[in-house]
Write a protein of this length. Structure first.
Length: 141
């Protein structure tokens, strides 16, 4: 009986230790179409941080998803400018990354983007690495 109790205690303590050292959740949000994902996705990010403020979030954009990080771009339906929404999320620790392959394919320059944008050589590779190497959860709004 004592061995059973000791085994149970050991398993319980290991579970508790894992929870203590697990750290914050890590999530990658994938944007590839600003028109359909822009405002909805930024609202999802805000709500995510409101519910779990210690979450580490990386937003990776490519294709038409990079548009929401371009200077002066607004939502086509509501006219809402993306830059202030992105800046507010950046101030809460969200990292925004733009695919450099998209820049080349669409003949865009880094100076067309808001200052809150960082750049990654390949958006798709970055998403894969965050998931496989760093065990980030994946969300595509």
């Amino acid at each position: 009986m004592r061995k059973i109790l000791m085994s149970c205690f050991f398993v319980w303590s290991m579970f508790g230790m894992n929870q203590a050292f697990a750290g914050p959740d890590q999530v990658v949000y994938h944007f590839d179409d600003t028109q359909s994902q822009g405002l909805k996705g930024l609202r999802n990010l805000r709500n995510h941080l409101d519910a779990a403020p210690d979450t580490e979030i990386v937003v990776v954009t490519h294709a038409q998803g990079v548009d929401m990080l371009m200077e002066g771009v607004r939502d086509t339906k509501s006219g809402t400018e993306y830059a202030p929404l992105v800046a507010a999320l950046k101030s809460r620790g969200v990292r925004f990354e733009v695919c450099e392959i998209t820049l080349k394919n669409r003949q865009l320059n880094k100076d067309q983007f808001i200052l809150d944008a960082d750049f990654t050589p390949s958006g798709v590779v970055r998403i894969a690495q965050l998931q496989s190497r760093n065990h980030f959860a994946y969300i595509k709004p």
